[in-house]
Design a protein around this ligand. Sequence first.
Ligand SMILES: O=C(O)CCC(=O)C(=O)O
Ligand SMILES: [Fe+2]
Length: 375
Amino acid sequence: MPVAVEQPFSEIPTLDWSLISSQSPADLERFLADLRHALVNVGFMYLSHSPVPQPLVDELIDYIPQLFALPLEEKKKISMLNSPHFLGYSVQGAEFTKGARDNREQFDFATAYVCPWKEGDPDWQRLWGAPQYPPDSVLPGFRKTVLSYLSHLQKLSMDFIRLMELALLIPPGQLTQFYDTDEHMQHRSKVVKYPSAEFLRSEDGDQGVGPHYDAGFFTFVRLLQASPQPGLQVQNRAGQWIPAPPVPGTFVVNIGKALETVTQKVAIATTHRVVSPAKGEGARYSVPFFQSIALSARVGGAKIQIPKEILDLKRARGDEVVTDSVNFSEYEREVSGHVQLIGRIKSHPDVGQKWYPHMYAEIFPHGAPAFGSVY
Ligand SMILES: O=C(O)CCC(=O)C(=O)O
Ligand SMILES: [Fe+2]
C-alpha cells in the first residue's frame, strides 16, 4: 500500500473530488491513496471540485460583508449570551485561545435541532439547541442560504467518513456508529471576520485565533476568496508553521481530536492558528463547518478494528509531535457532549458562567484568567 512518507510535511495535499464524481474504480483508488496520506501524515488537506454547488457558496459569500455590517444593536439581539447552546453573535475579542484574546468577530450557527434537555438532565444534553439567525426583515434570505449550505456540508462530511473507512480499511459502520440519524444530530458552523491590524489595539497582538486542535471529527473550512490574505497556518510535526492560503474553489479539511482518538492516532489532529491580516490588507473571512458526533458517544473506549498494515503506517510515521496547542481534550474518559461543553465554556467564559455556573466554577475556580465577554 503506497503512502508517500514525507516527514515533516512542508505542503498541504490536495484531494480531487472529481475522482469520486467520475464513479470509476481506478479513480476511487487514487482518491483513497491521497486521503490515506493526508489522514496519516498531515491531518490537513485541500478538497477541490467538491459536490457543494458553487452558486450556493457564492450566495453565502455575498452575504458575509452584509452580515458583519449590520448595526451593533441587531447583532446584539442574537448575542451568544442569550444561548445555552453557545449559538449566536460574539463581538470581536470575546473568545480566548491559550489564554490570549482572539481578534475575531463571529456568528455561530448550526443545523436545526430541538433541545430535549430538562431540569435534572446532564448539562451536556443542553449543548445543542435552537440557532439564532438575523431575521429575514434584517437580512432577507440569509437563514435559508445558511441552512442549505449546512445541509450540503453535512452530507459531504458523512461521505468523507465513509471514504475514510475505505481508505483505512476499517470495516464499514465502525466510524459511522458515532452518529445518530440526521434529525438527531446538530452540526455547527460559524461565519468569522478577522479584522486587519489597523482595527486592532496594539496590545491585542496579531492572534486571529491562537494555536489549537479542533475537537470533533472533520472540519471543513471555506476561506472567502474575496480576501486573499494567507492567515491560516498549520504546524507540522517539527513545530514549523506551514501556510494554508485560500485556494479558489476549495475547502480546507482537517481532523479533530475525537477522530484522532477513535483511530488510535492513525489519523492525526493537527495544530493550526490564524494570524490577523496586516495593516491595509482588509478583513479576512472564513466559514468553518464542524462535523459533530452524537453527544452521548464514548470515543475513548471505542475499539475500532484497524488492520496491521494501516497500524504499520502509523508506526512508520511515529508519534513524536512538537505542538503549540494546549487544548488536549478529555475524550479518553468522558462522553463527547461533556468534552465539547468544557471546550465551549473555556472559549466563551461569560456564556459558560451564565448558563453552566457549576461547571464554570470547576473549570475556573479562581475566575476566568482573562475574562471575555460576548458583548
Ligand atoms: O478561520 C480559519 O481559517 C480557521 C478557523 C479555525 O481554525 C477554527 O475556528 O477552529
Ligand atoms: Fe480550528
